[in-house]
Design a protein around this ligand. Structure first.
Ligand code: ATP
Ligand code: MG
Length: 416
């Protein structure tokens, strides 16, 4: 398609009203212009209750790929702007149809004429534009009731706007508009998805990763950095905390409670993460836990683990199917990194039969015997290596034209 002149932006969360909506819009616009500043002279304009980005020649595909990663933008449309000349309008209408991301079978033209002095009325415009499109695309049909696409033509005093494609954005709330939380980020499939869903809800995320160097390799650490960079693609930067966990893990292991090992380890991790949250001004912890997925994610296990912290525990995946989690992982670009085979610290000591029903009193008794635990937790917090990652380069993730549509599995879709 020829480069559009403008992009029409639509913001999310329709329930927001008045001042809140205003704040929401301002936050998204401010962030959008900042993300797009490398493209030079992009300008933003609000007209007739609509939000437009003037491309001023900036290449649409690159701008669109950035826009599709901005939280708060629900959908957007490339728009051609022409004079009032009917021939120019018809040519542009054909160009818009040519540029659609999906070939339609049927279409309809919707002309809106807000400039009443325009010499043609909509009754004349509809067939004129429709006819031009039909001549250009033999086989395409008009369907005024349920068209595959609607070709919109808006005639305003300063010019005519022609558009059709509606590209889904990342949706959700503007970056950081709902406070900050610590994401417990393993190298697996789930926790990056949990992080992305939290970011989409407007949470600023700091990633906390527990590594057991030298039992786990540098490459395992790099994998977590790569995942964090992917997440940073949606917010431009992310703070990462690498917690040395070898000592705690080894000493817990030496206590000879193989079936409770994972639970004991997780309890230590949660305590450390809560302290890091306090130190960094975060108000909640986020995990990738999903009910019933493994022994440590039964209800008694989740309780036994979660009971060691006071902060709210957010588990965005708790009732989700693995299939849906994987689908999101693909769409946000973390899947391929997540399935790389490098070991995680927790897989090192996986017992043959981990307890699915750990007893909190028993756990507390065991921990009571570990006089060293508190000191080691403090030490792990103190020795945590923290750094800021910026999304300075493209991590290779190129969103597809249709943007980030988080769809449900076929199973779920059938159900609804
Ligand atoms: P994931 O795919 O996120 O690794 P999982 O299904 O493999 O999840 P577990 O290994 O039981 O589940 O981990 C449950 C949650 O605990 C993870 O989603 C993550 O939030 C946290 N977690 C596990 N290992 C680590 C780690 N090494 N560092 C930080 N958080 C971790
Ligand atoms: Mg895991």
């Amino acid at each position: 398609m020829i480069n559009p002149d403008l992009i029409l932006l639509r913001f999310g969360e329709l329930t927001l009203k008045g001042k809140n909506r205003n704040r929401f819009e301002q936050a998204v616009i401010h962030y959008t212009l900042d993300v797009l500043k490398d493209f030079g002279e992009l300008t933003y304009r609000k007209a007739y209750g609509r939000f437009f980005l003037e491309l001023n020649g900036a290449p649409y595909p690159s701008v669109a790929s950035k826009l599709s990663k901005i939280f708060g933008i629900q959908t957007f449309s490339p728009v051609l702007r022409r004079s009032h000349d009917s021939e120019a309008i018809c040519t542009a209408a054909v160009q818009v149809m040519e540029g659609l991301s999906k070939r339609p079978q049927t279409f309809k033209v919707s002309v809106k004429r807000t400039w009443k002095e325009y010499h043609h009325d909509t009754q004349e415009m509809n067939p004129m534009i429709g006819g031009a499109v039909l001549r250009a695309f033999p086989g395409l049909k008009v369907d005024v009731h349920e068209p595959d696409v609607e070709l919109r033509v808006e005639i305003r005093e300063e010019g005519t706007y022609i558009f059709s494609d509606i590209i889904p954005g990342a949706g959700g709330y503007p970056v950081g508009s709902n406070g900050k939380a610590m994401l417990m980020l393993s190298g697996g499939i789930d926790s990056p998805v949990a992080g992305w869903l939290s970011m989409r809800k407007g949470l600023e995320i700091e990633a906390v990763h527990f590594h057991a160097f030298p039992f786990t390799s540098e490459r395992a650490k790099q994998k977590v950095i790569d995942l964090s960079l992917h997440l940073a693609g949606y917010t431009r930067k992310i703070k990462v905390h690498m917690v040395p966990f070898t000592e705690i893990q080894t000493r817990l292991n030496a206590m000879g409670q193989p079936n409770l090992m994972i639970t004991l380890m997780r309890r230590a991790m949660f305590r450390i993460t809560e302290r890091l949250a306090d130190l960094n001004g975060a108000k909640a912890l986020v995990t990738g836990e999903s009910l019933g997925q493994v022994a440590s994610q039964t209800l008694p296990s989740l309780n036994a683990i979660g009971s060691v912290v006071d902060m709210p525990l957010l588990r965005p995946l708790i009732t989700m199917d693995k299939e849906d989690i994987i689908r999101i992982a693909h769409r946000i670009g973390t899947y391929d990194t997540s399935i790389l085979p490098y070991e995680d610290c927790c897989t090192l000591f996986v017992p043959k039969s981990p307890s699915t029903n750990p007893n909190i009193n028993v756990l507390e008794r065991i921990e009571g015997r570990a006089a060293w635990l508190e000191e080691e937790i403090e030490k792990a917090v103190k020795d945590t290596e923290s750094f800021m990652l910026s999304h300075l380069f493209d991590t290779g993730y190129a969103p597809k034209q249709e943007g980030i549509e988080v769809s449900l599995s076929e199973d779920m879709e059938r159900f609804f």
